[in-house]
Design a protein around this ligand. Structure first.
Ligand code: ZN
Length: 297
């Protein structure tokens, strides 16, 4: 089989690298720690990973956002590349075409082209993991939008903030500086925050989900709050985008019953009726972003 494209999923901890052939099968694979603090080391690592395939394009799923107008990268977890003209910089050093997209966008691309959302024109892929992310795909292509942040449904205050009675609502300060963003309660860490907000002893997200599945009433209170607020935000997004399928990635996507309950709640709250599941776990696992990057045009 003929090698077609090189793909890298670059996160704050690892670079996951793969060579895909013309049937989109992975024919070579590598994983190395990400050099996050030294630009020369970062570039050298990519030069070495790609050296065997001098002419092939490199498509990257990046833990960051490239501003479409300027090409400037925002990547807080990879400080040595933060603020650079990333694609242009890589193009000069690697001497090949470079495509870069946000990793949540690439997750959505992967599930749309190769996974759970195949056959759908309008796909909103979401990440419920350490944080909350999302990507909007229309007819197989990422919609970037202003600033390159379309699909980022995790930010924007949606829980009312009452500074004088802070326990009145599950309103937490977000890393973006605002209060009450979905990112603060819709993620795995958020589930743990909601559990503490209810006044229950600290537990990690997996233990909370497990306890809920075993009929624990405290965990049920936490999960009900989680589903109530998260499905409200998601129903709004589904109404706005008209997406017909919402594949879920990230750690919470492994909680099949939780995703099913989220689906039922969203379906009760959207304007249209759909006879098939709308919110579904992705099926590509860790490879979704990597495969999605291969389909960037
Ligand atoms: Zn935020």
């Amino acid at each position: 089989m003929q090698p077609r494209v090189l793909c890298a999923d670059i996160g704050g901890s690892f670079i996951d690298f793969a060579v895909l052939d013309n049937t989109n099968s992975v024919i070579n694979r590598n994983k190395i720690p990400t050099p996050t603090h030294n630009a020369d080391s970062f570039l050298q690592a990519l030069i070495e990973l790609t050296a065997l395939y001098p002419k092939l394009p490199l498509h990257i799923a990046m833990a960051g956002t490239q501003e479409p107008k300027t090409g400037r990268l925002l990547a807080a977890n990879i400080p040595c590349m933060d603020g650079t003209l990333f694609s242009a910089l890589l193009g000069r050093h690697l001497q090949r075409p470079i495509r870069v997209a946000n990793d949540a966008d690439c997750f959505a691309m992967g599930e749309a082209h190769f996974g759970a959302a195949r056959g759908h024109d309008n796909v909103f892929g979401i990440i419920l993991g350490t944080g909350v992310g999302g990507g909007l795909i229309w007819k197989g292509q990422v919609i970037l939008g202003g600033g390159g942040v379309s699909g980022e449904w995790g930010h924007g205050p949606i829980i009312p903030h009452f500074p004088d009675t802070p326990k009145a609502t599950p309103c937490f300060q977000c890393g973006c500086g605002q209060w009450g963003c979905l990112d603060t309660f819709g993620s795995a860490r958020g589930l743990e925050r909601l559990h503490a907000w209810h006044g229950f002893p600290p537990r990690d997200s997996r233990a909370i989900v497990q306890a809920w599945e075993n009929g624990d009433s405290n965990a049920a209170d936490t999960i009900n709050t989680y589903i109530d607020y998260t499905s409200a935000a998601l129903a709004l997004v589904v109404n706005t985008t008209g997406s017909t399928i919402v594949p879920v990635g990230g750690g919470l996507s492994n909680a099949q019953r939780l995703i099913h309950e989220l689906d039922l709640s969203v379906q009760r709250r959207i304007l249209r009726q759909q006879n098939t599941p709308l919110i579904i776990p992705g099926i590509l696992g860790q490879d979704a972003a990597l495969l999605g990057a291969s389909a960037l045009s």
